[in-house]
Ligand binder design. Sequence first.
Ligand code: SAM
Length: 272
Amino acid sequence: MVSTPLGNLEDITQRALRTLREVDAIACEDTRRTKSLLRNYGIRTPLVSCHDHNEKTRAADICNRILRGESFALVTDAGTPTISDPGYRVVRAVVAAGIRVVPVPGPCAAVTALAASGLPTDAFLFRGFLPRRRGKRLTALQELRRTRATLVLFEAPHRILATLADIQSTFPDSQVVVAREMTKLHEEFLRGTAAEIRRSLAERSAVRGEMVILVAPGGKLSDAPQGSLPDRVRELQKAGCERMEAIKIAAKELGMHKREAYALLTGKGSED
Ligand code: SAM
Protein backbone atom coordinates (compact mmCIF):
# COMPACT_ATOMS: atom_id res chain seq x y z
CA MET A 1 0.00 0.00 0.00
CA VAL A 2 1.90 2.98 -1.31
CA SER A 3 1.20 6.66 -0.63
CA THR A 4 1.82 9.08 -3.49
CA PRO A 5 2.24 12.91 -3.62
CA LEU A 6 -0.66 15.31 -2.97
CA GLY A 7 0.73 17.63 -5.61
CA ASN A 8 4.46 18.15 -5.27
CA LEU A 9 6.26 15.35 -7.11
CA GLU A 10 9.16 15.49 -4.66
CA ASP A 11 6.88 14.18 -1.91
CA ILE A 12 7.45 10.51 -2.60
CA THR A 13 9.70 8.25 -0.57
CA GLN A 14 12.67 6.27 -1.89
CA ARG A 15 10.90 3.17 -0.68
CA ALA A 16 7.71 4.06 -2.55
CA LEU A 17 9.68 4.52 -5.79
CA ARG A 18 11.58 1.25 -5.34
CA THR A 19 8.35 -0.62 -4.53
CA LEU A 20 6.52 0.80 -7.54
CA ARG A 21 9.46 -0.13 -9.76
CA GLU A 22 9.89 -3.67 -8.40
CA VAL A 23 6.32 -5.02 -8.08
CA ASP A 24 4.76 -7.09 -10.88
CA ALA A 25 1.73 -4.79 -11.13
CA ILE A 26 0.22 -1.66 -9.62
CA ALA A 27 -3.48 -1.47 -8.78
CA CYS A 28 -4.52 2.15 -9.20
CA GLU A 29 -7.65 4.32 -9.16
CA ASP A 30 -7.21 6.00 -12.53
CA THR A 31 -4.70 4.39 -14.89
CA ARG A 32 -4.17 7.61 -16.86
CA ARG A 33 -3.31 9.63 -13.77
CA THR A 34 -1.02 6.99 -12.32
CA LYS A 35 0.67 6.46 -15.69
CA SER A 36 1.41 10.15 -15.92
CA LEU A 37 2.63 10.24 -12.29
CA LEU A 38 4.96 7.27 -12.88
CA ARG A 39 6.29 8.78 -16.09
CA ASN A 40 7.90 11.50 -13.95
CA TYR A 41 9.96 8.87 -12.16
CA GLY A 42 10.69 6.73 -15.23
CA ILE A 43 8.62 3.82 -13.88
CA ARG A 44 6.90 1.51 -16.39
CA THR A 45 5.30 -1.16 -14.19
CA PRO A 46 2.00 -2.53 -15.64
CA LEU A 47 -1.17 -0.99 -14.19
CA VAL A 48 -4.51 -2.54 -13.24
CA SER A 49 -7.48 -0.27 -12.60
CA CYS A 50 -9.10 -0.57 -9.19
CA HIS A 51 -11.74 2.04 -8.39
CA ASP A 52 -14.98 2.35 -6.45
CA HIS A 53 -17.01 0.61 -9.18
CA ASN A 54 -14.87 -2.50 -9.74
CA GLU A 55 -13.05 -2.86 -6.43
CA LYS A 56 -15.07 -5.83 -5.20
CA THR A 57 -14.17 -8.06 -8.15
CA ARG A 58 -10.69 -6.59 -8.47
CA ALA A 59 -9.98 -7.42 -4.83
CA ALA A 60 -10.57 -11.12 -5.54
CA ASP A 61 -8.46 -11.01 -8.76
CA ILE A 62 -5.62 -9.29 -6.96
CA CYS A 63 -5.67 -11.83 -4.10
CA ASN A 64 -5.63 -14.73 -6.57
CA ARG A 65 -2.73 -13.27 -8.49
CA ILE A 66 -0.77 -12.65 -5.29
CA LEU A 67 -1.47 -16.22 -4.16
CA ARG A 68 -0.08 -17.41 -7.51
CA GLY A 69 3.17 -15.58 -6.73
CA GLU A 70 2.78 -12.06 -8.16
CA SER A 71 3.47 -8.93 -6.13
CA PHE A 72 1.15 -5.92 -6.19
CA ALA A 73 1.33 -2.29 -5.13
CA LEU A 74 -1.87 -0.39 -4.42
CA VAL A 75 -2.01 3.37 -5.07
CA THR A 76 -4.71 5.98 -5.60
CA ASP A 77 -4.65 9.28 -7.49
CA ALA A 78 -3.01 11.13 -4.58
CA GLY A 79 -2.17 10.53 -0.94
CA THR A 80 -2.80 7.39 1.04
CA PRO A 81 -5.07 4.67 -0.38
CA THR A 82 -8.27 3.83 1.56
CA ILE A 83 -8.52 7.28 3.20
CA SER A 84 -11.66 8.59 1.43
CA ASP A 85 -10.25 6.67 -1.50
CA PRO A 86 -10.55 3.16 -2.94
CA GLY A 87 -8.51 0.34 -1.43
CA TYR A 88 -10.40 -0.66 1.70
CA ARG A 89 -11.98 -3.71 0.05
CA VAL A 90 -8.65 -4.81 -1.40
CA VAL A 91 -6.91 -4.51 1.97
CA ARG A 92 -9.75 -6.37 3.67
CA ALA A 93 -9.66 -9.18 1.09
CA VAL A 94 -5.87 -9.41 1.29
CA VAL A 95 -6.00 -9.63 5.09
CA ALA A 96 -8.76 -12.26 4.91
CA ALA A 97 -6.67 -14.31 2.46
CA GLY A 98 -3.80 -14.35 4.94
CA ILE A 99 -1.58 -12.21 2.69
CA ARG A 100 0.70 -9.66 4.32
CA VAL A 101 -0.22 -5.97 3.82
CA VAL A 102 2.88 -3.79 3.78
CA PRO A 103 2.25 -0.05 4.24
CA VAL A 104 4.70 2.25 2.48
CA PRO A 105 3.67 5.47 4.23
CA GLY A 106 3.70 8.97 2.83
CA PRO A 107 1.43 11.96 2.25
CA CYS A 108 -2.13 12.07 3.52
CA ALA A 109 -4.05 15.33 3.16
CA ALA A 110 -5.89 14.91 6.47
CA VAL A 111 -2.80 14.53 8.65
CA THR A 112 -0.74 17.05 6.66
CA ALA A 113 -3.44 19.70 7.12
CA LEU A 114 -3.89 18.90 10.80
CA ALA A 115 -0.18 19.11 11.54
CA ALA A 116 0.15 22.52 9.86
CA SER A 117 -3.16 23.92 11.10
CA GLY A 118 -2.02 25.09 14.52
CA LEU A 119 -5.16 23.50 15.97
CA PRO A 120 -4.93 20.90 18.76
CA THR A 121 -3.53 17.61 17.48
CA ASP A 122 -3.80 15.54 20.66
CA ALA A 123 -7.23 14.27 19.64
CA PHE A 124 -8.73 14.55 16.19
CA LEU A 125 -11.70 13.09 14.39
CA PHE A 126 -11.39 12.45 10.68
CA ARG A 127 -14.84 12.51 9.10
CA GLY A 128 -13.89 12.60 5.39
CA PHE A 129 -16.51 14.12 3.09
CA LEU A 130 -19.72 15.22 4.82
CA PRO A 131 -23.03 14.32 3.12
CA ARG A 132 -23.78 16.40 0.01
CA ARG A 133 -27.40 17.11 0.94
CA ARG A 134 -27.74 20.08 3.27
CA GLY A 135 -30.15 18.41 5.73
CA LYS A 136 -27.93 15.38 6.17
CA ARG A 137 -24.81 17.56 6.36
CA LEU A 138 -26.30 19.66 9.16
CA THR A 139 -27.35 16.52 11.04
CA ALA A 140 -23.82 15.11 10.69
CA LEU A 141 -22.36 18.39 12.00
CA GLN A 142 -24.81 18.48 14.91
CA GLU A 143 -23.70 14.97 15.88
CA LEU A 144 -20.07 16.08 15.75
CA ARG A 145 -20.69 18.96 18.16
CA ARG A 146 -20.37 16.59 21.09
CA THR A 147 -16.82 15.60 20.21
CA ARG A 148 -13.89 17.14 22.07
CA ALA A 149 -11.45 16.65 19.21
CA THR A 150 -10.31 18.70 16.22
CA LEU A 151 -12.53 17.79 13.28
CA VAL A 152 -10.86 17.04 9.97
CA LEU A 153 -13.09 17.19 6.88
CA PHE A 154 -12.53 16.90 3.17
CA GLU A 155 -14.52 19.14 0.84
CA ALA A 156 -14.85 19.82 -2.86
CA PRO A 157 -14.39 23.44 -4.03
CA HIS A 158 -17.94 23.77 -5.36
CA ARG A 159 -19.40 22.91 -1.94
CA ILE A 160 -16.93 24.74 0.30
CA LEU A 161 -19.05 27.88 0.82
CA ALA A 162 -22.19 25.88 1.62
CA THR A 163 -20.30 23.64 4.04
CA LEU A 164 -18.64 26.62 5.74
CA ALA A 165 -22.09 28.19 6.15
CA ASP A 166 -23.27 25.02 7.90
CA ILE A 167 -20.15 24.94 10.10
CA GLN A 168 -20.82 28.61 10.89
CA SER A 169 -24.28 27.72 12.17
CA THR A 170 -23.16 24.66 14.16
CA PHE A 171 -19.78 25.88 15.43
CA PRO A 172 -20.15 29.71 15.38
CA ASP A 173 -17.22 30.51 17.71
CA SER A 174 -14.85 27.73 16.75
CA GLN A 175 -11.53 28.41 15.15
CA VAL A 176 -11.50 26.96 11.65
CA VAL A 177 -8.65 26.36 9.25
CA VAL A 178 -9.05 25.70 5.54
CA ALA A 179 -5.93 24.12 4.06
CA ARG A 180 -6.02 24.69 0.32
CA GLU A 181 -3.81 23.28 -2.42
CA MET A 182 -1.24 21.89 0.00
CA THR A 183 2.20 21.23 -1.49
CA LYS A 184 1.16 23.01 -4.71
CA LEU A 185 1.93 26.44 -6.12
CA HIS A 186 -1.09 28.16 -4.56
CA GLU A 187 -0.89 26.50 -1.15
CA GLU A 188 -2.60 28.53 1.56
CA PHE A 189 -4.00 28.19 5.05
CA LEU A 190 -7.02 30.34 5.85
CA ARG A 191 -7.61 30.80 9.56
CA GLY A 192 -10.49 32.36 11.48
CA THR A 193 -14.07 31.52 12.29
CA ALA A 194 -16.14 29.74 9.62
CA ALA A 195 -17.91 33.05 8.93
CA GLU A 196 -14.62 34.94 8.40
CA ILE A 197 -13.16 32.31 6.09
CA ARG A 198 -16.40 32.03 4.18
CA ARG A 199 -16.50 35.80 3.69
CA SER A 200 -12.94 35.89 2.45
CA LEU A 201 -13.50 33.00 0.01
CA ALA A 202 -16.79 34.47 -1.21
CA GLU A 203 -14.95 37.65 -2.24
CA ARG A 204 -12.90 35.69 -4.78
CA SER A 205 -14.11 35.40 -8.33
CA ALA A 206 -13.84 31.59 -8.05
CA VAL A 207 -12.92 29.13 -5.33
CA ARG A 208 -10.74 26.41 -6.79
CA GLY A 209 -8.45 23.66 -5.64
CA GLU A 210 -8.45 20.89 -3.11
CA MET A 211 -9.35 21.69 0.47
CA VAL A 212 -9.30 20.25 3.96
CA ILE A 213 -11.46 21.92 6.62
CA LEU A 214 -10.42 21.70 10.26
CA VAL A 215 -12.58 22.78 13.18
CA ALA A 216 -11.04 23.30 16.62
CA PRO A 217 -12.77 21.83 19.64
CA GLY A 218 -14.30 24.10 22.26
CA GLY A 219 -14.51 27.19 20.09
CA LYS A 220 -10.96 28.30 20.88
CA LEU A 221 -7.40 27.62 19.91
CA SER A 222 -5.57 26.18 22.88
CA ASP A 223 -2.14 26.79 21.41
CA ALA A 224 -2.29 29.75 19.11
CA PRO A 225 0.40 29.82 16.42
CA GLN A 226 2.59 32.64 17.72
CA GLY A 227 4.28 33.39 14.40
CA SER A 228 1.02 34.50 12.85
CA LEU A 229 0.15 37.09 15.52
CA PRO A 230 2.60 39.84 14.48
CA ASP A 231 1.74 39.32 10.80
CA ARG A 232 -1.98 39.63 11.47
CA VAL A 233 -1.51 42.71 13.66
CA ARG A 234 0.60 44.32 10.94
CA GLU A 235 -2.04 43.45 8.33
CA LEU A 236 -4.83 44.97 10.41
CA GLN A 237 -2.78 48.12 11.04
CA LYS A 238 -2.15 48.44 7.34
CA ALA A 239 -5.90 48.15 6.84
CA GLY A 240 -6.33 51.20 9.13
CA CYS A 241 -6.76 49.77 12.64
CA GLU A 242 -5.13 51.39 15.68
CA ARG A 243 -2.43 49.15 17.18
CA MET A 244 -4.41 48.18 20.30
CA GLU A 245 -7.51 47.52 18.22
CA ALA A 246 -5.44 45.37 15.83
CA ILE A 247 -4.02 43.36 18.74
CA LYS A 248 -7.52 42.87 20.14
CA ILE A 249 -8.90 41.59 16.82
CA ALA A 250 -5.89 39.38 16.08
CA ALA A 251 -6.02 37.91 19.59
CA LYS A 252 -9.70 37.09 19.18
CA GLU A 253 -9.08 35.46 15.80
CA LEU A 254 -6.35 33.29 17.29
CA GLY A 255 -8.39 32.37 20.35
CA MET A 256 -5.97 34.18 22.68
CA HIS A 257 -6.62 36.66 25.44
CA LYS A 258 -5.88 40.28 24.44
CA ARG A 259 -3.42 40.62 27.33
CA GLU A 260 -1.59 37.44 26.33
CA ALA A 261 -1.28 38.71 22.75
CA TYR A 262 -0.02 42.11 23.93
CA ALA A 263 2.53 40.47 26.20
CA LEU A 264 3.70 38.22 23.40
CA LEU A 265 4.17 41.14 21.04
CA THR A 266 5.82 43.54 23.44
CA GLY A 267 7.23 41.40 26.20
CA LYS A 268 5.22 43.64 28.62
CA GLY A 269 1.82 43.50 30.32
CA SER A 270 -1.30 45.01 28.68
CA GLU A 271 -1.76 48.78 28.47
CA ASP A 272 -5.40 48.55 29.60
N1 SAM B 1 -6.48 9.54 0.14
C1 SAM B 1 -6.18 10.93 -0.01
C2 SAM B 1 -5.16 11.35 1.06
O1 SAM B 1 -4.63 10.49 1.74
O2 SAM B 1 -4.87 12.53 1.15
C3 SAM B 1 -7.45 11.76 0.01
C4 SAM B 1 -8.33 11.50 -1.16
S1 SAM B 1 -9.85 12.35 -1.19
C5 SAM B 1 -10.66 11.63 -2.56
C6 SAM B 1 -9.43 13.92 -1.87
C7 SAM B 1 -9.63 15.05 -0.88
O3 SAM B 1 -8.44 15.18 -0.09
C8 SAM B 1 -9.82 16.40 -1.53
O4 SAM B 1 -11.17 16.64 -1.86
C9 SAM B 1 -9.35 17.35 -0.45
O5 SAM B 1 -10.34 17.48 0.55
C10 SAM B 1 -8.17 16.54 0.14
N2 SAM B 1 -6.91 16.89 -0.55
C11 SAM B 1 -6.21 16.12 -1.39
N3 SAM B 1 -5.10 16.77 -1.82
C12 SAM B 1 -5.11 17.98 -1.22
C13 SAM B 1 -4.25 19.11 -1.26
N4 SAM B 1 -3.14 19.13 -2.02
N5 SAM B 1 -4.57 20.19 -0.51
C14 SAM B 1 -5.68 20.21 0.25
N6 SAM B 1 -6.54 19.16 0.32
C15 SAM B 1 -6.26 18.06 -0.40
